[in-house]
Write a protein that binds this ligand. Sequence first.
Ligand code: ADP
Length: 207
Amino acid sequence: MRAPLRAINGYAEILKEEYADKLDDEGNRLLNIVHASAIKLGELIDDILAFSRLGRKELTKRPVEMVELVHQVVDEVAQSPYWNADVKINIEDLPNAMGDQSMLKQALFNLIENALKYSSKEEKIEITIGSNAEEGESVYFIKDNGIGINMEYKDKIFGVFQRLHSSKTFEGTGVGLAIVRKIIERHGGKIWLESEEGIGSTFYFKL
Ligand code: ADP
């Protein structure tokens, strides 16, 4: 899939660089769409590969300091273009977990980045990462005050390529939550959410 895609990309770039003045405005507009779509397809392929590799990757379970891991992830998410001046992140005391540190980091990254992305149209963004104890088990949660999700789609959004928004409103490929669910399930855990449109969402998981 990558080889023909490289050709589409490469030839579209050559056309843009060397033939732009021979095309009229409409021709250039169409060429830009071809190029942007080829780039998007590349992103989709990367994400689906990451998703399928995850199924084969061996799990190395060790004690994980969740507070430390969440701090690392928040520092990375802070580089995102969605981060604006008015972001408040509350990191509560979190119990340590037993799991694969790099996979858990990926899951936390996807959830926290989503919390930020889907709140980015709010004036003030507030995200809380915390935990509850449920029947002796630790439940971790990521809560945001973003656009929220219609609960009719609470299962669908964990599917590969399933998105509730167009790329024009929020960029994305629709693979992030599928990866999160796979990571949590490979740990023998469970993920679910509570949400209200216009109010915000809370994603919960236990391992
Ligand atoms: P992506 O963000 O690339 O679209 P995801 O798999 O991470 O893909 O999410 C799937 C869909 O679930 C998103 O397109 C969005 O509609 C919805 N979603 C995920 N997280 C949130 C959130 N925190 N708030 C609102 N909607 C969300």
